[in-house]
Design a protein around this ligand. Sequence first.
Ligand SMILES: Nc1nc2c(c(=O)[nH]1)N[C@H]1C(S)=C(S)[C@@H](COP(=O)(O)OP(=O)(O)OC[C@H]3O[C@@H](n4cnc5c(N)ncnc54)[C@H](O)[C@@H]3O)O[C@H]1N2
Ligand code: MOO
Length: 439
Amino acid sequence: MTPDAPADPDPWPHAARTVAQHAAAVLALFDGVTLDAQTVPLAEAGGRVLADDVVADLALPPFANAQMDGYAVRAADLTPAPDGVVILPLAAAVPAGVAPSPLPPGTAAPIMTGAMIPDGADAVVPVEESDPDRFPDWVGDGQPPAGARVRFIAAAASTATGRFVRPAGSDLAVGATAVTAGTRLTPAAVGVLAALGRPDVTVRRPLRVLLYSTGTEVVDPGTALLPGQIHDANSAILRAALSACGADVVTARLVADDPDALLTTLAADVRQAAPDVVVSSGGISRGAFEVVKQALGRRGVAFGPVAMQPGGPQGAGLLDVDGGSLPVPFLAFPGNPVSTLVSTEMFLRPALAARFGAPARPRFRARLAEPVTPLPGKQQIRRGVLVGDSADEGPSVRLSGGTSSHLLHAAATADVLVHLPLTARPLPAGIEVTVTPLD
Ligand SMILES: Nc1nc2c(c(=O)[nH]1)N[C@H]1C(S)=C(S)[C@@H](COP(=O)(O)OP(=O)(O)OC[C@H]3O[C@@H](n4cnc5c(N)ncnc54)[C@H](O)[C@@H]3O)O[C@H]1N2
Ligand code: MOO
């Protein structure tokens, strides 16, 4: 197969896209991608995206229960003697996990946290408000000896109806939407589904991703380097980021700077692995061996500059490997590792968050700990370490490493991406900038 694209195919219609324009173009690539629903055991559902609303068919809590270890009472029975003390005869103890007998009027039943409130009771007096402030020994066996009584201290007399009672449905009512379709299942959301008694849950299947790291010089970690070779860092970066986004890398390859071979392999992989998106790194700038650009420039993928640093060269489009029958979103990131990392955070993750429920990065403000002069005409994304977070002034950020996109180790020591404003003016220390976490 001979690629029919010239070495440097037409760039974007605009000279350079803005970050927002390219982000919108990347997002639009996913318009035709839908992820079917699949049922998975709840134990495997954390982080997945819920396919359908889950409606509560059980109230949470399912029954009124005690919020404290103490005594189930009728609040109206706590009429104090002149010295403020209340004494009540004791009824059978109520452990958690049983259906108790109704509470005889004028009595108090020892009750444990989570145990069902007996019919007739409407409040719980904590054991600390009895004298002595612990349960009598017989409570472990359940039945009170004849004449057993509890003496409450004066504070207990102010017990109102409902005190330390958790009503049925006070967390979630029957018929309410427990978790909404499209929600990424957090530990708490999985917990709610478990509390509702769901052993499994219907979620969206993961996005299928094909990864291509390009460059004749790039070899797998674990391989001894020959002169001129480097290890493939980009596949590791992309795999980790995609995994955090809930996507599956179905195939990953290292491909040499041979456009014919790349096209042949890519066509076979697209047919076989049926990816939802292909992400490549390298081979897209202005050299003589730009394998991705040369192979795909006339196959639906456009290449050109984005006014961003790092990550200036970009490629994106609907890849056409089979005469248009299998258009697949294709994102071509630049080869420098920090460029791949920043491109992932600026374009891929936001699109996956918007379309498929991947976790979006929160944005927050931090003050520059040092002055910095941005690159004119480009949205510069630096790497930074948060230093100090005063209650009055919020966090500060110190830049980690220089601007160059080969400085991967400096990026690995950073907490955040630092989004410098689009200005050529020097930025003094103390000015606020937007940062996004990098974990
Ligand atoms: N004359 C020009 N040269 C370059 C320009 C330009 O505008 N004019 N842009 C520069 C910028 S900015 C970037 S970024 C790079 C992008 O180049 P490519 O996308 O073509 O990437 P490569 O040339 O293949 O590689 C760049 C660099 O990254 C290393 N690399 C590649 N793949 C990996 C990998 N998987 N793991 C680790 N490192 C990798 C590669 O060895 C190169 O050092 O172009 C500039 N040049
Ligand atoms: O824009 Mo390149 O991505 O700086 O290194």
